[in-house]
Design a protein around this ligand. Structure first.
Ligand code: HEM
Length: 224
């Protein structure tokens, strides 16, 4: 595994562009999700506005408020420039992100275990809550051990899981996938697919990077 210190490699404007576009897109989609799916709960605080969640409104309010914070903070944490120029702010936002995931996943687990929509749906969401807490917990443990690269890798996994509920809504509510029938099978399939498939893709990219840097290191050691 390579051991570069975070932010030590010089990067040109052109080299940064794809990552900047990707992070901006994530932020815009996250903001759209919050506007469409979250805000109406704050604006309609009554039994009609909350529907089946009214009896569990405390849990839902903690869950959506913490989820919103994690969703909107996450992309900034991947900015190399922010880390280089304002390390203190990166650390502060990192702590806020971790607390938000802890609150969001605990409330998410409570909602999953008390859902009126059946055990299969509840199990899928409980597994997602577990993955949410585990990936963020691993990122926290790695940085406590000063393992910067491992911390960065777990933060990638963590944010993919944070983003999973947005991915779920896009798959379930939009485009051709939203027309798959029956409704129940579609929702239960997507509640797993929304995090398992992105995590698998991320794992392939992270491990390829690791293999390449190990191979480079071995070649350099042989040459010297
Ligand atoms: C990634 C881990 C997450 C888990 C495990 C999770 C879990 C849950 C559960 C169990 C429910 C109740 C569903 C029901 O009773 O049928 C719920 C609803 C909800 N969650 Fe999350 N959630 C996660 C992430 C997020 C994030 C990041 C947000 C962003 C704010 C969010 C926003 C919402 C909203 C708005 C609802 C209300 C119902 C809806 O619009 O579908 N969730 N979530």
């Amino acid at each position: 595994m390579s051991t570069y210190v975070s932010g030590a490699r010089p990067h040109s404007w052109a080299a940064r562009l794809p990552k900047t576009i990707a992070l901006t897109a994530l932020l815009l989609i996250a903001a759209w999700f919050v506007y469409v799916y979250v805000f109406h709960y704050y604006l309609n605080y009554n039994p009609n506005g909350f529907g089946v969640f009214w009896a569990r409104r405390g849990g839902l309010l903690i869950h959506i408020s913490a989820g919103m914070v994690a969703l909107l903070i996450g992309p900034w944490q991947f900015s190399r420039r922010l880390r280089q120029r304002h390390l203190g702010l990166h650390r502060l936002m990192g702590r806020v992100y971790l607390v938000a995931v802890a609150c969001g996943s605990s409330a998410g687990l409570y909602l999953a275990l008390t859902t009126p929509f059946g055990w299969a749906w509840g199990t899928g969401l409980a597994a997602l809550a577990l993955a949410w807490a585990t990936t963020a917990g691993m990122a926290f443990y790695a940085i406590k051990q000063r393992q910067i690269q491992i911390h960065q890798e777990w933060m990638v996994r963590s944010y993919m899981v944070t983003f999973a509920f947005v991915t779920f809504r896009m798959l379930n509510d939009m485009g051709p996938t939203s027309r798959l029938q029956p409704d129940n099978d579609r929702a239960i399939t997507f509640v797993w697919a929304c995090w398992v498939i992105p995590l698998l893709a991320a794992e392939v990219v992270l491990q390829l990077r690791s293999i390449r840097s190990l191979t480079r290191l071995r070649r350099q050691t042989k040459l010297s």
